[in-house]
Design a protein around this ligand. Structure first.
Ligand SMILES: NC(=O)c1ccc[n+]([C@@H]2O[C@H](COP(=O)([O-])OP(=O)(O)OC[C@H]3O[C@@H](n4cnc5c(N)ncnc54)[C@H](O)[C@@H]3O)[C@@H](O)[C@H]2O)c1
Length: 434
């Protein structure tokens, strides 16, 4: 049974790793991998989160602070680290784990700068440990389906990709009330969020990014937001007054939706609702002065093979998901994924995603993608199996497990996006990663 130490006791860490390794019968959708591994330690700037979790779950996970990393390793002798705290903390724990020859499972993004990504690759080169970057997005059934079509040669030589990804006004806005809104903590959304998208395309087309050019701006959030009630008021408004006039708040939080207080909901809240006293000593809001990242990007990418991509990102749209087209000398794949939940979607949401394949000189084929239950389109469960048990035959065939090199390319692309937008020049990925 493998022994895991968790660095960063985040919601993601709890949902994707801690709860599955404990196995909570009332939360079956998170899986039960308790036969394969055990959480032997957890480290966080806020050890109260770990202590409260232990009290509620009757677990005895020892809690450590960041400066006690070495103590934690000595006392609890883990075989592997799970690095899943705020993004800026990933590099430090990943490198520290590799120095102890431990395997490291790191949440996306692997790091928040190319410089840190190079340091991780270098640390891995000197270590007996291996890095797995938890790119669950690859595991979404529609993405595996597209990968299979591409591997079968349906597209011939890939020529260009059209990728539009939008976050809705509920989910997109949430990043501006959390640590993600500061570049020093998240690298910005072109790293924190778009690394998923860049990795997806890099993996699907099996290519290496070469050059990135981008425009970007902060259009919806921050003090200059057109929605900021403070801009229209002569007197200084309190946070509560701002909220009452804020369209995001009025749309999503204005009315209290009655939630039935059943046993399952209590179990869910007990596991995931932990206070963040250290991370958020005070409430953050969409229009705060310190927001320093972009919410909108238009990007052009050239790949080493000569293929190119246009990528568009917006963090405040009426529905969430993507529109994707991949063209090649053999034909075209196109698909729309609507990930806004049905109750938030401003139109009737299709029940399932379809992948349309049109041979260049042939008839359109529409492939229905089966609906899989579970987090992030069913991907979360499958990646857990690959991580805690072993990669399935399908995972090996499709190359689903991502390592540090892939982690680094996705970070470098995200960094190139915001830097290109700031400087107004194209950037070479090799220059960032050399
Ligand atoms: N793969 C996915 O689909 C997916 C989904 C959600 C989140 N994530 C990733 O998981 C990670 C956590 O995200 P979240 O939204 O669950 O976070 P969160 O805000 O719930 O938790 C962050 C945690 O990190 C801790 N922390 C902050 N600084 C730290 C430091 N220096 N050392 C140790 N701990 C520190 C905080 O106290 C907090 O407990 C992020 O990297 C995010 O990108 C991935």
């Amino acid at each position: 049974m493998k022994r895991y130490a968790v660095c960063g006791f985040s919601v993601r860490a709890i949902a994707q790793y801690v709860v599955p390794l404990i196995g909570i019968p009332e939360l079956p959708e998170y899986g039960d991998f308790s036969r394969y591994g055990k959480v032997v330690a957890a480290l966080d700037i806020d050890t109260e989160r770990i202590k409260i979790f232990n009290e509620r779950q009757k677990t005895i996970i020892p809690a450590y602070r960041p400066e006690e990393f070495e103590k934690m390793i000595k006392e609890t002798e883990p075989d592997a680290l799970i690095v899943a705290g705020a993004d800026f903390s990933h590099a430090q724990y990943t490198i520290a784990g590799l120095k102890h020859n431990l395997d490291v499972i790191v949440e996306k993004p692997m790091t928040i700068t190319s410089k840190q990504a190079k340091q991780v690759i270098e640390a891995e080169r000197k270590s007996k440990g291996k890095v797995i970057v938890a790119f669950n997005y690859r595991y979404v059934p529609a993405h595996k389906y597209m990968k299979k079509l591409i591997l079968e040669g349906a597209l011939g030589k890939i020529t260009n990709i059209e990728f539009i990804y939008n976050l809705d006004t509920y989910h997109g806005a949430s990043y501006f009330k959390r640590w993600n809104r500061n570049r020093k903590y998240s690298g910005g959304l072109s790293i924190h969020k778009s690394c998923h998208h860049f990795d997806l395309i890099n993996w699907l087309i099996n290519d290496i990014p070469d050059t990135v050019f981008a425009f970007g701006a902060l259009n919806y959030y921050g003090p200059d937001s057109p929605f900021n009630p403070q801009k229209k008021s002569k007197k200084k408004l309190s946070k509560e007054e701002i909220k009452k006039k804020c369209p995001y708040h009025l749309r999503w939080e204005g009315e209290t939706v009655p939630v039935p207080e059943n046993i399952r909901l209590k179990v869910y809240k007990d596991a995931f609702y932990l206070p963040y006293k250290v991370q958020y000593p005070e409430q953050l809001y969409y229009y705060d002065e310190d927001i320093d990242i972009e919410d909108t990007y238009s990007v052009a990418v050239r790949y080493k093979s000569g293929a190119s991509m246009t990528y568009s990102f917006n963090a405040s749209t009426p529905w969430e998901g993507y529109i994707l087209g991949i063209n090649g000398t053999g034909g075209r794949i196109e698909t729309i994924q609507i990930s806004t939940s049905s109750d938030r979607c401003p139109f009737p949401k299709p029940e399932r995603q379809t992948i349309t394949y049109i041979p260049l000189f042939g008839t359109r084929q529409i492939h229905d993608i089966p609906v899989v239950v579970g987090g992030h389109g069913g991907s979360d469960h499958v990646i857990k199996h690959d991580i805690f048990v072993s990669p399935t035959e399908e995972s090996k065939k499709l190359g689903l497990c991502a390592g540090s090199i892939e982690g680094a390319y996705s970070v470098a692309m995200g960094e190139a996006v915001w830097m290109s937008a700031k400087k107004g020049v194209p950037l070479k990925i090799d220059d960032l990663l050399k």
